[in-house]
Design a protein around this ligand. Structure first.
Ligand code: SF4
Length: 345
């Protein structure tokens, strides 16, 4: 079981564009392979390559700004495959593929899933190529199987941790969702956004795990945070500084709504939102952040409420005397700006 990075594309890009310097970033799990590729680039072309040591959690972590600061002219963003291939001024997305197989865990899941007739499949970047064989295997076992529709950012049935739009559109037509891959992080998001029973198919442990309980823990915690924030008078509204999360209009909208409802707002910006970074703001009673929604939905370490965009929407609804609603059940928890700015050259 190995993850393959599309090195051929990297060398093709370098041959075509002849960059004078390259900035590279990759998620933690792919750093070892990425370092090997950087060695080969430097040996073959003698071009300086900078591996960025900052967090790289998702496709939002593109690094055009760093390219300019480092006087380079190309960025390679590894491991977050998407429909768009080139983003912003300098960034090229480089696919990574995991060769692990799902036959065994699918067969293991069949008796458990027999209570459902219609299944939807979902997965993340590294297992996209396994969707079709998985669909055929479930169909051979007697299920009616659906895949989600591709859009301007995500391939068929692909999800990010904040974007479930491919699944959301088909969720009403299925009885349960199966998530190909070991990532509970992604599967919990799918369960919360779709409201459907969701199962992780972990090919490494050959385990099928029901995500209902994990999703319910986060849903209840999120509701509690929203109600706690309702009692707050002083808010910190945080604009995330990552390139794919430029949410200034949303920050302004939330700030205005809080102020209209009598709250004092301190506007903050930061790249990573962590308990340590928020600790100095003792007078602030609750935060809203328009960076990664998973900071809030999975953020068990914060002392005060730290609301994401959907949670802030729920707060505004309550302040205006409306029902809180199932606010996490929506296709996207953030409108990633990366999908909106593909480079066309
Ligand atoms: S904003 Fe979306 S893509 Fe970026 S780290 Fe969070 S979940 Fe992943």
């Amino acid at each position: 079981m190995t993850v393959y990075i599309d090195e051929e594309k990297i060398f093709r890009l370098i041959d075509e564009r002849k960059p004078k310097g390259i900035v590279v970033n990759a998620p933690g799990g792919l750093i070892r392979q990425t370092r090997g590729i950087i060695d080969r680039i430097e040996t073959t072309y003698g071009i300086p390559c900078f591996l960025l040591g900052d967090s790289c959690f998702g496709i939002c972590d593109t690094v055009d700004d760093e390219v300019e600061k480092l006087e380079a002219d190309m960025a390679l963003h590894i491991g977050h495959n998407a429909v768009v291939q080139d983003i912003g001024k300098y960034t090229h997305l480089i696919d990574a593929i995991d060769d692990v197989k799902f036959e065994s865990v699918i067969d293991r899941s069949v008796p458990l899933l027999k209570r459902y007739k219609r299944l939807g499949l979902a997965t993340f970047s590294q297992h996209l190529h396994e969707l079709k064989p998985a669909k055929e295997r479930y169909e051979a076992a007697g299920f009616d199987v659906r895949l989600g529709r591709e859009n301007n950012l995500l391939f068929q049935s692909q999800t990010f941790g904040c974007d479930f739009s491919t699944i959301y559109s088909m969720a009403k037509d299925v009885d349960a969702l199966c998530y190909l891959g070991e990532s509970e992080f992604h599967a919990v998001g799918v369960a919360l956004s779709s409201g459907k029973p969701t199962y992780v198919l972990d090919p490494y442990l050959e385990e099928v795990r029901d995500m209902q309980q994990e999703a319910e823990i986060r849903r209840k915690r999120s509701i509690l945070s929203v109600y706690k924030a309702l009692d707050a008078n002083v808010f910190g509204v945080i604009t995330g500084l990552k390139e794919g999360q430029k949410m200034l209009p949303r920050t302004n909208w939330i700030t205005k709504r809080l102020e209209m409802n009598g709250r004092k707002v301190v506007q903050l910006t930061m790249r990573d939102v962590t308990p340590d970074r928020l600790a100095p703001y003792r007078d602030i009673e609750a935060f809203v952040q328009t960076a990664c929604p998973r900071i809030s939905v999975d953020g068990f370490n914060f002392e005060k409420p730290v609301l994401s965009i959907p949670e802030a929407d729920a707060l505004v609804r309550l302040m205006e005397g409306r029902e809180i609603g199932e606010y996490l059940q929506r296709p996207k928890w953030i409108e990633l700006t990366v999908g909106l700015i593909p480079r066309l050259d």
